[in-house]
Every structure is written in structure tokens, then in C-alpha cells.
Design a protein around this ligand. Sequence first.
Ligand code: TXA
Ligand code: MG
Length: 341
Amino acid sequence: MRAQTRNKKIKMTEIHSGPQAISMGVDRLRDQRLVAFPTETVYGLGANALNAQAVDHVFSLKGRPSNNPLIVHVSGIEMAKTVVQEWTPEAEKIAQTFWPGPVTMVLEKGSSVPSNVCADGSTVAVRCPAHPCALALIEAFGYPIVGPSANPSGWISPTTPEHVVDGFKDADLLVIDGGHCRAGIESTVVDLTQDSIQILRLGVVGAHELEETLGHTVSSPICRSEVDSDTDQVRSPGMIGAHYQPRTKTKLINTADLEAAKFDQALISWSIKSHPADGQLIEIPESMSDYASQIYRALHDADRHGNTEIWVEPPSINQGNTQERAIYEAVMERLKRATHA
Ligand code: TXA
Ligand code: MG
């Protein structure tokens, strides 16, 4: 009876918290159902990574193109070794330094991983998230789980349980409530399968930090929005063009231009404290890591209010250290793509 209640089909997306949410989540993962879970970066849309049918449900709920591979989330190095062909010395160094944490490594795929996870490619992306709920869920389930960001394809990633519900209102989906995601932007994706190590997606951990750990050069991505996706060889399909987009038209407005501008729209700003006109002012902290932590929440808030435009003041980076610069570049990459026409 208890199992029946626990396994019941959810007709509308439901938010649950605490140990009960974890055990409900595990039951659902065993049933090839979906569970949205918090990580330190954004919420993930979880399913059993070793079951092709469960993984298919993720692609169809997100509306994600099947050529865009998913990240496999693990509880630690031992589990990571079960999904890759070879656990390389570079992988060991990165995991020892940054895991659990916001670094995803692309390695040669192991045979246990269904091909749809990897979009039929030969590599797999692996990450160990630094969030107690995510780790508890993976550990209690005992197997790796896929976790693309828990938003419909192309939308802004969710950093609260409510954002997940906003994207998937009446799905058969359980959301484990782990509060607001503190890093606020997605993990750094680094490719370890080529001769030279390359970042495919910028994140809060930058090339400089990875270079210090590995002792050799790590290259940063070219701006994918400027690449012709039909002719260019795409190593990470999620990095192309328009993405991270609010439903409302969004544009960047520099601090110097703010004073003269007429605000009758939503404005996300760290420099303006009082709003002179009818629009919606969403304040965002000036410090770089807090800006990153809050930017998706601000975009979600602005998007929900039925504005016709959202204006975003970019972060300021006058004298940032290398870590702040990495976050700045990662945030600017998201903002450029949020405003991509
Ligand atoms: O912070 C994060 O990484 C979040 C949380 C939930 O862990 N997840 C996330 O997943 O952002 P998603 O699917 O939204 O983004 C994964 C990115 C995509 O750009 C995808 O193309 C790339 O990683 N990716 C996944 N597998 C890959 C692979 N085998 N080779 C190259 N790129 C890969
Ligand atoms: Mg995503």
C-alpha cells in the first residue's frame, strides 16, 4: 500500500522536500520516471542514465534534439569509472580538485551507457554535483543519473523548484526541493578526449584554474553564436547560437546608457536603486559570484511579469581576479545568448 502511494503517477508537477522526497525520487528512478533535482549550479532533470527508455523520456519532456548529449551525474570517482572507457590521469586530477563541484568532463564513453545519452557519439560527459540532495539521490539509487538542466529546451535554466514547475506545469514529474542553487550558472564542460584540452562550455571554474591543476594549457571556446552550425564541426551541440532565452525579448544595456534610458520595461540592474517610471526594477548584486548566482532568477522573475522587453545591465569587472574573470566570461556568454535574435 505504501509502495503504491509512493509510486503513484503524478499528474501535475509536484515539489517535495526532505528525506521523503529522496526516497520518492529513488522509487521513480527505478520506474523509469523523471525526478528534477537540485545541484549547486542549476536544477537537473534526472532519469536512470543506464536505461535508454528512461533517457528517452528526458529528451521528449525537454523537447531536446536527440543530437545534443546529456551529462551523466555520479556520486564520486568510483561511479564515474563505471561509465567511461578509461579514467585518465587528467580526469583523476580534475576530480580530486573540483569534485564534487561544477566541472563536467568529457571522456571516452563506457559500454554501460546507452547510446542515446551520448547522442550516438563515442564520448560521455560526467559530473559529480556538490549538492547534498543530488548526492543523496544518486547514492540511494545506486546508479548514475542523467541531468540536463530542468527546463524546456532553449529556455533559461532553473535555479529554484518553482522555475522547474514554471517550465513543466503538468508533467509526471517530482521536483526535489533543495532551495536556490548557489552558483546559479551551469557547470564548466571540459573535453579531455582530444590532443589538447579544451573548454566546451564556460562556467565558474575557468581555464586558468584548470591549467593550474593539470599543469598544461587549456583552451577556451570560440563564441559559438558566431559559428555557422551547418558547416562547422560541432563538438558540443548545446553551445550553438540562441539559448538560455526568456520568452520575453531581452537586451543588454550598458551602465553608461542607463541614466538616459526611459524605463517602462523590466530592468535587471546592480547600479540603479530606485526606478523612476512604471517598469519593473529587479536588483541584482554587483559582486561577480552573487550576480552569477542571481541572474537566472532575475530573468525568470522579469519573464513572469508580462513585460514586453527585459533590459539587463551586464556585470562590471574592473579589477577582478582570475576567478571573477572566469565567472564574468561565463555570465556574459549566457547573456549574449539570452539576447541572441
Ligand atoms: O551544471 C550543469 O551542468 C547542469 C546541472 C544540472 O548538472 N546540467 C546541464 O546540462 O547544464 P545540459 O544538458 O543543459 O547541458 C550539457 C551541455 C550541453 O551543452 C551538451 O551539448 C554538452 O554539455 N555535452 C553533454 N555531453 C557531451 C559530450 N559527450 N560531448 C560534448 N558535449 C557534451
Ligand atoms: Mg541546459
